[in-house]
Design a protein around this ligand. Structure first.
Ligand code: ATP
Ligand code: MG
Length: 444
């Protein structure tokens, strides 16, 4: 892709309406365009990143045996009346009438819809467990949409639902998602900490929020620092392995403000290990038993001929919010350098030829490098404009491809000036560069 042909509308300066760095950068490099309050169009650069995040989220859901479905954005009010949430949900729900005057709504979440699918399809314990997920737009008429796509009204979410017969089986399903979340955020190169959370309008009694640290986050958190050193490595999908993993995390105090208790915190966490800070919620998992299955009569036949309501959990990841969360975690605001994790970068490499009007050799060289990278599945963007060196570098630093190849006067022979976007340059031959990037790509 040539920069001159791309649809990347870059602004010279930071837009004044944006209060936090992710919102600033996303507007500055034209990743999104506001359509109305809390509602955005995704332009090529932003959409590319979001699709890559979505792919990683999907792969990690598939790995724990969850099956993908796609439920509609518009739902009938009837199922929400059955669960009792049509009234409970309040003003965040966008209510619509169709031409027959039927009450419809734009789904803020899908517990009712998925319970309806389940109850009409599966009747026996033999079909359990079931883990279903979809990745779909949601709408919540947030009172204060802000920070761009971080708190939008329309947003893209992965939501999964588990169905089991016993609490014990249901906890096993819960733990699978717990693991898949740790793995997902790690692949996005984020440290997301599971925190005991309130269940809110979803209801139920077991819940964790996954939070990444950021000063601009809206969640206040209280943790034992040592939780940051834990990893999910070595955990497999066996029941006992998953239980051990969750215990390992739960041994450290780690809560958001809704669950915070000062006495408990001071008793359980030594002063030197206490961390009180702010974070961004990127995922949230709940166990709520038969709350919906009972209200909506979703029961299965048990071995002895009896019937029982299925035990359910739900598991959300904010796919669109993650785009902003990664920027909050990775953008060096002071030096105006964005470094996307290679796993979600809009481009792997920026090729920056210094183009001289009377000499097309730098551009030719860039084209050759581009096609060589392309053959090796490395996605590059060429800055083919005739701007000066520093403004080219500035632009590419904002776009945030993790690697840069500069083709200047110095680039004689086979050696190329290669650098990480935030690093020092070194002279390397193209095959070595391809090797470095490929190795890095495969490690994810
Ligand atoms: P929050 O506390 O941030 O309002 P929530 O608890 O209402 O979120 P959930 O119902 O748990 O959200 O939704 C699952 C995930 O969807 C959240 O963890 C978050 O990442 C994302 N999400 C929720 N609301 C929004 C929003 N308005 N804009 C963007 N992403 C959102
Ligand atoms: Mg939540």
């Amino acid at each position: 892709m040539y920069l001159s042909k791309s649809f990347i509308p870059i602004l010279k300066n930071n837009p004044s309406e944006a209060k936090i760095k992710s919102h600033q950068l996303m507007l500055r490099v034209g990743m999104i365009k506001q359509a109305s309050a809390g509602i955005y169009s995704w332009l090529p650069l932003g959409f590319k990143v979001m699709k890559k995040i979505e792919t990683i989220v999907r792969q990690e859901q598939d790995k724990i045996g969850a099956q993908e479905i796609l439920m509609p954005t518009i739902q009938t009010s009837e199922i929400w009346k059955e669960s009792g949430r049509y009234d409970d949900y309040g003003e965040e729900m966008l209510r619509i009438k169709d031409r027959q005057n039927r009450e419809m709504l734009y789904g803020p979440t899908n517990e009712e819809q998925v319970t309806d699918i389940f109850r009409s399809s599966l009747k026996s314990y033999k079909s359990l467990p079931q883990l279903l997920y979809h990745i779909q737009w949601k709408f919540r008429d947030e009172i204060r949409p802000r920070f761009g796509i971080m708190r939008g009204r329309e947003f893209y979410m992965k939501d999964a639902y588990s169905f089991d017969i016993t609490d014990e089986d249901a906890f096993h399903s819960y733990n699978k998602f717990f693991l898949s979340y740790l793995r997902t955020f790690k692949r996005l190169s984020l440290t997301a900490i599971p925190m005991a959370a309130d269940t809110g309008p979803i209801g139920g009694n077991l819940s964790h929020e996954f939070i990444i640290l950021a000063d601009t986050g809206e969640s206040k958190i209280f943790t034992d620092k040592r939780i940051f050193d834990l990893t999910s490595e070595g955990t497999n999908l066996e029941k006992s392995s998953l239980e051990q993993m969750r215990k390992k995390y739960e041994q450290f105090y780690s809560v958001t403000d809704e669950k915070f208790n000062k006495e408990e915190f001071e008793k359980m966490v030594l002063e030197k290990n206490r961390l009180i800070t702010k974070g961004i919620e990127v995922g949230h998992i709940f166990y709520f038993g038969d709350k919906y299955s009972k209200a909506m009569n979703a029961a299965v036949d048990l071995p002895g001929g009896k019937k029982d309501f299925v035990k359910m959990g739900s598991y959300g990841i904010g796919v669109s919010r993650l785009v902003g969360a990664i920027i909050e975690a990775k953008y060096d605001e002071k030096n105006e350098i964005m470094k996307w994790p290679l796993s979600v970068a809009p481009y792997d490499v920026a090729i920056i030829p210094m183009i001289n009007k009377n000499d097309s050799s730098a551009l030719e060289k860039a084209n050759n490098i581009y096609s060589e990278l392309n053959k090796n599945n490395i996605d590059a963007i060429i800055d083919d404009t005739d701007e000066n060196y520093s403004s080219k570098i500035k632009k590419m630093n904002l776009i945030g491809a993790p690697y840069q190849i500069v083709i200047g006067k110095k680039s004689e022979g086979d050696l190329l000036e290669f650098k990480e976007v935030d690093g020092e340059s070194q002279d390397l031959p193209l095959n070595k560069i391809i090797e470095i990037i490929t190795k890095q790509k495969n490690s994810n």
